[in-house]
Write a protein that binds this ligand. Structure first.
Ligand SMILES: Nc1nc2c(ncn2[C@@H]2O[C@H](COP(=O)(O)OP(=O)(O)OP(=O)(O)O)[C@@H](O)[C@H]2O)c(=O)[nH]1
Ligand SMILES: [Mg+2]
Length: 462
């Protein structure tokens, strides 16, 4: 038995998703994990086996003595395990009934059912992961695009934490020197070179500001780029949505005002999630009440969107622009549709002339012409070359807030130094800065409620 972690109890949970699969895994973690597994596992004596070994055997109900399943048990002895405690993973046949029976056997042999995220929480409290890494585990599990997965992996590998640790070390060094001065306050000495300290603070500020700026992109990676498809009735908005998705999602007809409510679907372009929102056609004057509600919604969607596809019909003689779209010019791509009604050579010329410079493109949604080029343009406009895996991208709102507070403290230190504040006053702001930095990785005590929220987001068994 090992009591490394200070947790008295041993937890158990089904670690694989609900449903039928070839195998399903029950995970036990805690001081008695091996002893408890030993009570229900008939095969080799698990207690006598070395760490990181795999054993075939049978699970027997400890009360009734009946056979539940044929399994494989994997042993990880602490501290070399995910949680840092003794861990046994029992792989059985992936039927919900069987897995439940194995779990019941484990609990009647002395394990307690794990709460959501409890394994990762133990890993954090045992120093196997820092808090930012633990949060990355949750993000990784939830990732459904390549960009999300990459940002989470970078954080899990400790890239983000490493960068913060460096900043923290530099700041601690100066904090120590300044606090030392306080001990000699009668003698008016300066151990901490103020010029060096100033340059450190400005370096820190620029690093933090890079991290803060990356949050906007991080948010995009995590939540997807919202794209509103806006245009007059009948220009082909729903046809375009279907063409982008490559499926018949929205109803298309030659009746103006077909789409009344908004339709939202996600599209993956080069690993980034785009959330497409098809909206009601915009008519300046309408007496139809439902239609005007739809139009009002389109306006709200345009405002909230990160990208607007303003669709026009190339054959429409009425070229008056939609006035209220003008303020959004920076995030708008003008998409001229129905170019199949013009000469094909014409389409090609327009596409290559216009692309990139004016953020405009000519397509035929119905005939699938120019759709890939439009996807490229959407990616270019929303993401550009900002995603580089070697850069740290802040995706987490809690980290963003802590970094913003840290920035405030750095600014306070800077102003304090300009006003020649004494060391004791400076050190208050330095401690504050250190506190926020440490809160991200959990190096300073993090509020219990915050921990609860972070780990509560996990699924049971993780
Ligand atoms: N020739 C041609 N017709 C198109 C093209 N795209 C859409 N259409 C036709 O235009 C008509 C209107 O298409 P929708 O996709 O319903 O237009 P919408 O903008 O969603 O219309 P509302 O929802 O009513 O605002 C349909 O008859 C489509 O088949 C295109 O590229 N070429
Ligand atoms: Mg429509």
């Amino acid at each position: 038995m090992n009591h490394l972690s200070g947790f008295e109890d041993t937890i158990a949970a089904i670690a694989t998703p609900p449903g039928i699969g070839a195998i399903g895994v029950i995970r036990l973690s805690g001081p008695d994990a091996i002893a408890i597994a030993g009570k229900i596992f008939k095969g080799r004596d698990l207690a006598g086996q070395p760490s990181h070994t795999v054993h075939f055997g049978h699970i027997i109900d400890p009360n009734e003595g009946e056979l539940i399943d044929e399994v494989v048990a994997t042993l990880f002895k602490g501290p070399k395990s995910y949680t840092g405690e003794d861990v046994v993973e029992i792989s059985g046949h992936g039927a919900p009934y069987i897995l439940r029976k194995i779990l019941e056997a484990a609990t009647s042999a002395g394990a307690r059912l794990a709460r959501a995220g409890e394994y990762t929480q133990r890993a954090f409290l045992n120093g196997k992961l820092d808090l930012a890494q633990a949060e990355a585990v949750a993000d990784l599990i939830a990732a459904d695009s390549k960009a999300q997965q990459q940002a989470a992996l970078q954080q899990l590998r400790g890239g983000f934490s490493g960068e913060l640790a460096q900043l923290r070390d530099q700041l601690i060094h100066f904090a120590a020197l300044i606090e030392l001065e306080l001990d000699f306050s009668d003698e008016d000495v300066e151990f901490a070179d103020r010029t060096q300290f100033k340059s450190l603070i400005s370096k820190l500020k620029s690093q933090i500001s890079n991290l803060l700026n990356s949050f906007q992109l991080g948010n995009v990676i995590k939540n997807g780029v919202a794209v509103a498809i806006i245009g007059k009735p009948n220009v082909g908005k729903s046809t375009l949505l279907n063409a982008l998705l490559n499926e018949e999602r929205a109803i298309v007809s030659d009746i103006a005002g077909t789409t009344r409510d908004t339709i939202e679907e996600t599209l993956n372009i080069k690993g980034v999630l785009f959330r497409l929102i098809d909206t009601a056609g915009i008519r300046e004057h309408t007496l139809d009440q439902i239609e005007s509600i739809g139009i009002e919604r389109s306006k709200q969607n345009a405002e909230k969107a990160a990208l607007i596809l303003h669709l026009t019909d190339i054959t429409d003689p009425d070229t008056t622009p939609i006035d209220w779209l003008k303020p959004f010019a920076d995030k708008t791509i003008t998409v001229r549709n129905k170019t199949d009604r013009n000469q094909i050579s014409d389409v090609k010329r327009q596409t290559s002339d216009i692309r990139g410079r004016e953020s405009a493109i000519a397509i035929s949604a119905k005939n699938n012409i120019g759709i890939d080029a439009l996807k490229d343009l959407m990616y270019e406009k929303a993401i550009g070359d900002t995603i580089k895996t070697e850069n740290t991208i802040v995706t987490n709102a809690r980290h963003y807030e802590a970094l913003a507070k840290m920035m405030e403290s750095l600014q306070a230190i800077e102003t304090g130094m300009e006003q020649n504040l004494t060391g004791d006053l400076l050190s208050i702001d330095i401690r504050r800065a250190l506190h926020y930095l440490g809160a991200i990785t959990g190096q300073v005590e993090v509020d219990r409620d915050i921990l609860g929220t972070i780990f509560g987001k996990f699924c049971i068994g993780k």
